[in-house]
Design a protein around this ligand. Structure first.
Ligand SMILES: *Cc1c(COP(=O)(O)O)cnc(C)c1O
Length: 514
């Protein structure tokens, strides 16, 4: 039975329950919550789990981390069943063969057609469950989830939290700067607890700093009980561990040994889940970090230095969900790297002393990054990272080339239209294969219809005669959204956002702008 508790990567001896870690999100000292121990798999997992459904597998794995006094086993099963009943694929995350020994793991069969659904369908139900539990015990907690999106995460969060009692969700995005399909995915959700906030004359960074400013205003934060569902939330990582096991069991048995996973990476949440799967005991060869031209992670693995990209800021690429400056969940891996490279007397110290030393190291690195924009983690850390990860950087041009390559794949594996994030992964697989390894699973993180710009650019009349986006790619469910009524709240600046939140929380029903 799980006794796991959670502590902050950046220090403090206190530990939190699963409930507290999930509802708090970011630790007050800026750190991220990680479990006090990584559990062991049952000795017979390989046979006992081999024929489980995705939901059953999820229940088996999540039970290792979630104590029954947080969520009793039967309740956890119910939460998981409801979370994955919304997926269009029986397998939830089906594996598709693209060549001998090569597969994609399609993570986009959920309600918003991108991989974040796998985690956010579950997280939405967990939030609702934990609040209900507290409120049934006499509390009156009403959570206000506030988030900013450049287009892609917002819809997954909205679909995760729509219609949940005791939760209101406000998603901010820059007016006129998200694609029509992305806005339609958010703004056609009719549930009364959902507010799509189009911030006039803004960009994504402005929206994000409005959110940050609201969170750091202690009064506003406490009054409205602000909550976050961004990728630093531990429950998101947890839910994602499952599909690495699901992929393993979908492989033909002879190909299961030494499987390598290639992961299109931005904030490092997805691939970190793969690292936990490996730590749990899944026999994984390499984990390959596939980045676009925002390549801070690729540069770390090459040099051991974690360094922001000068004054350039974020580069807008064809794979926008991976356009990041710093990679938030990478902090969790760095904690383990710091912990496991301790030398001398520390290596024989107590678990608590070793944890404190790793936390102190993390704090120091992050202070340095904040002050100077970079930190050097040293040779021992780089060597250890190198023993488990490879990293590749893929340019915009290579992304388009890769989309064309998979479209041109001969039968029975093609034509296969992949989205630009998946293409970054596939290009990285091509390069990694040359270094050895037998089985390759590339995580496919979005349906191509979600990122039509790159797909239509790659498969133009010249390069792919006969390709028709509407006919060949656009699912009827997404096409239909364009015909549904939208509800959008257009506001100006942080004052406008705050005024809207306050009006809604007072019980008013503000008129939507469109
Ligand atoms: C969020 C996202 C990613 C990056 O995932 P991380 O967990 O941030 O590394 C990749 N592809 C798509 C389509 C995404 O939405």
């Amino acid at each position: 039975m799980s006794q796991t508790r959670y502590f902050s990567t950046r220090g403090g001896a206190e530990t939190l329950s699963f409930d507290e870690a999930v509802l708090t999100g970011l630790a007050p000292n800026g750190g991220l919550y990680i479990p006090t121990e990584i559990p062991s798999l049952p000795a017979d997992w390989e046979t006992a789990w081999a024929n489980l459904s995705f939901a059953e597998l999820s229940h088996a794995i999540l039970s290792l981390f979630i104590p029954v006094d947080s969520i009793p086993s039967a309740d956890l099963k119910d939460i998981i069943d409801r979370s994955y009943a919304t997926f269009r694929s029986e397998a939830v995350t089906p594996l598709r063969k693209t060549a001998d020994g090569e597969y994609t793991l399609e993570l986009w069969h959920g309600p918003t057609w991108a991989f974040k659904d796998v985690a956010l369908q579950f997280v939405g139900n967990v939030f609702a469950y934990l609040l209900e539990k507290r409120n049934a015990a006499g509390a009156n907690e009403q959570l206000t989830v506030l988030g900013a999106t450049s287009g892609d995460t917002g819809s997954a969060a909205i679909y995760g939290l729509r219609s949940k009692p005791a939760i209101t969700i406000f998603i901010l995005y820059p007016d006129g700067r998200v694609s029509p399909i992305q806005e339609a995915q958010m703004a056609t959700v009719p549930d009364a607890n959902v507010y799509c906030v189009s911030v006039l004359d803004s960009d994504f960074d402005t929206c994000q700093s409005i959110v940050k400013s609201c969170f750091s205003d202690a009064t506003f934060n406490a009054t409205h009980r602000l909550g976050a569902v961004n990728s630093i939330n531990w429950a998101r990582i947890l839910a994602q561990i499952v599909y690495y096991f699901a992929a393993y069991f979908q492989l033909p048995e002879p190909e299961r040994k030494d499987v390598n996973f290639v992961v299109p990476t931005g904030n490092f949440g997805d691939i970190l889940a793969g690292w936990y799967a490996k730590r749990l005991g899944l026999p994984v060869g390499r984990l390959v970090v596939a980045t676009n031209e925002n390549d801070i992670l690729q540069r770390f693995f090459a040099t051991g230095r974690y360094e922001r990209n000068g004054s350039d800021g974020v580069k807008a690429t064809y794979s926008p969900a991976m356009d990041i400056l710093l990679s938030s969940n990478f902090e969790r891996l760095l904690y383990y790297l710091a912990h496991d490279t301790q030398e001398g007397a520390l290596a024989s110290a107590s678990a608590e002393e070793r944890r404190a030393a790793a936390q102190a190291q993390l704090s120091k690195w992050y202070d340095e990054i904040k002050a100077t924009g970079s930190a050097d983690m040293g040779a021992a850390v780089q060597r250890l990272a190198d023993s488990e990860f490879w990293a590749e950087r893929v340019s915009d041009q290579q992304t388009l080339d890769e989309i064309r390559k998979y479209y041109a794949l001969p039968a029975p594996y093609g034509p296969y239209v992949v989205d630009p994030h998946t293409a970054v992964g596939l290009a990285s697989t091509d390069r990694s294969k040359a270094k050895g390894g037998k089985t390759w699973v590339t995580l496919s993180t979005a349906h191509p219809a979600k990122f039509s710009e790159a797909v239509e650019l790659a498969l133009s009349k010249d390069s792919a005669p006969g390709f028709d986006f509407r006919r060949d790619v656009l699912p009827p469910q997404l096409a239909e959204l364009e015909t549904l009524p939208k509800r959008v709240y257009k506001v100006r600046g942080e004052d406008g956002v705050r005024a809207l939140v306050e009006a809604v929380k007072r019980g008013e029903k503000p008129e939507p702008s469109a």
